[in-house]
Design a protein around this ligand. Structure first.
Ligand code: ADP
Ligand code: MG
Length: 484
């Protein structure tokens, strides 16, 4: 079939009289009456929704639902289901239905368009009603459109989607997700449907939304997750079937042989993430999955509270962090200066200087431990202003010191002895830490040299926690004399 506009459409609009009014039922009926499987198992046969897919459609299109997130491993028909729902939206959705497909990049977004186009081509009833263009589908009888968009915040402006599909949310950035949420919800009824395998890092939009979904507190949010049970063996076939409904449903369209073949070619961590729907960090990741999150607490640092500060400064491209720790192990970010992605950016030294002075004014600072690299003259000035005894150099490149400090924070995190306020920037830096094994113990490092995945705030947190522990154990301050 040629791409581009056809002549005038002569076919009558689909006769929908007697169709159910329920959003989910209309879509289920449209899919079973009009759609053909575009490729793979069952290609050219009617596209029959499996029970798990019906459950998803009913959940996502239930009254009042505005956002739906479905976490499903690869090959379970996420893109195909999205394509089917996109076409259903055009034909049996609201007037002037606008279906947008957003993904991490244009290629991914085109997958859904291509599947939808193929479904149109395979059924003459649809074919004679839809204008097929290279970059969109248009259905004049309902003034409906299906449009893939690049995942740039700007691209979404001015749209008014009735259905916004995010295919593979796990690689979508925070800015794009913000644009998605700001553009949707203008109509009385609309749905943002995100379908994805898990992300590989807790520093992701997907993980925030999964936590939101798991909490079950948002009645406008539908969440469905298919995953193997935590801690299962990687070759546990029963776990495979739990995670992959397309494998265990009637007339499966995924096979165990296929999965077994994949298992031999990718790492265990990737297999668990992509094929078992599990949230796992890569093998080298410093902290176990979810451990940092689990230490979140509500707590404010009091004025004049006794604290330790740690400073990890950068001379140029990296970020500069000032992190504090109280004597009961609460860590917070006092200041973080990050390059917004501009090559010419230089850390605003004056701002950093003022933040340090301010911290000394606000808290009872027992110590500021500062990494000297590139900041020696500032550190000397701080020592002069705030006391030689309170401002110390702490070389974070010194493995013999850094390894035990790193281990100390690790132990405190996994045993829940440390806490923090959930600061997103600090959580991101912690998530970026990769464990580097050394004879002295683990160190943290970036995933690669020059990587934009900064870890400076995490390094400062390690130092701050270490020094706070030292002050607890070694240097009980003279107590003010009380009255007897
Ligand atoms: N009922 C069905 N639902 C979804 N996909 C199906 C179904 N029956 C067969 N398939 C085929 O299974 C494959 C699913 O792949 P895809 O949608 O790309 O999975 P994912 O996006 O989850 O990785 C496609 O080739 C699709 O045509
Ligand atoms: Mg897909």
């Amino acid at each position: 079939m040629r791409a581009g506009p056809k002549g005038a459409i002569k076919a009558e609009p689909l006769d929908l009289s007697g169709w159910p009014t329920s959003r989910a039922q209309r879509r289920e009926r449209f899919i079973s009456e009009f759609l053909i499987t575009p490729k793979g198992v069952g290609a050219r046969e009617p596209f029959s929704l499996r029970p798990f897919q019906r459950e998803i459609v009913r959940g996502a299109f239930a009254p009042g639902i505005r956002t739906a997130l479905v976490s499903l491993p690869r090959g379970n028909g996420k893109s195909a289901l999205a394509a089917a729902l996109a076409l259903a939206e055009m034909f049996v959705g609201p007037d002037s239905a606008e279906v947008l497909v957003v993904a991490s990049d244009m290629r991914q977004a085109q997958i859904v368009l291509r599947m939808a186009r193929r479904m149109v081509e395979l059924n003459p009833v649809l074919r004679e009603r839809v204008h097929v263009y290279a970059d969109r589908l248009v259905l004049p009888e309902n003034d409906a459109i299906l449009l893939p968009l690049p995942a740039e915040p700007g691209a979404l402006h001015g749209h008014d989607p009735s259905l916004l599909i995010v295919d593979e949310l796990h690689v979508v950035t925070g800015e794009v997700w913000e644009a998605v949420t700001s553009v949707s919800g203008k109509r009385p009824e609309s749905l943002t449907l995100a379908i994805s395998t898990p992300a590989s890092s807790p520093d992701s939009v997907m993980w925030s939304l999964v936590k939101h979904g798991r909490s079950g507190q948002d009645s406008a949010f539908y969440f469905k997750e298919y995953a193997a049970p935590e801690g299962c063996a990687v070759d546990d076939r029963k776990a495979w079937r739990l995670a992959n409904p397309a494998l265990s449903c009637r007339r499966p369209f995924l096979s165990e042989d296929g999965l077994e073949a994949v298992r031999k070619t990718i790492s265990e961590a990737r297999f668990r993430q992509l094929r078992l729907g599990q949230w796992v960090t890569g093998v080298e990741s410093w902290l176990p999955w979810g451990a940092w999150d689990a230490c979140t607490t509500r707590r404010a640092v009091q004025r004049r509270e006794r604290v330790v500060l740690a400073f990890d400064g950068s001379a140029s491209g990296d970020s500069t962090a000032l992190v504090g720790c109280t004597l009961d192990g609460f860590i917070w970010v006092e200041g973080l200066w990050e390059n917004p992605g501009d090559q010419r950016w230089r850390v605003p030294r004056g701002d950093v200087d003022r933040a340090v002075d301010m911290a000394f004014e606000t808290y009872d600072v027992l110590e500021l431990a500062a990494d000297p690299w590139g900041w020696r003259s500032e550190i000397e000035a701080w020592a002069q202003r705030h006391g030689e005894k309170r401002v110390l150099e702490w070389n974070t490149a010194h493995a013999a010191r850094m390894a035990p400090a790193t281990d100390r924070l690790y132990q405190a995190v996994v045993t829940g002895q440390v806490s923090h306020d959930g600061d997103r920037r600090l959580a991101a830096h912690v998530a970026h830490c990769v464990a580097k094994r050394t004879p002295m113990g683990d160190l943290v490092s970036k995933d690669k040299r020059g990587s934009p995945r900064k870890i400076d705030a995490a390094v400062a947190a390690i130092v701050a926690y270490d020094r706070a522990q030292w002050h607890i154990n070694n240097k009980p301050r003279k107590k003010a004399k009380g009255f007897k």
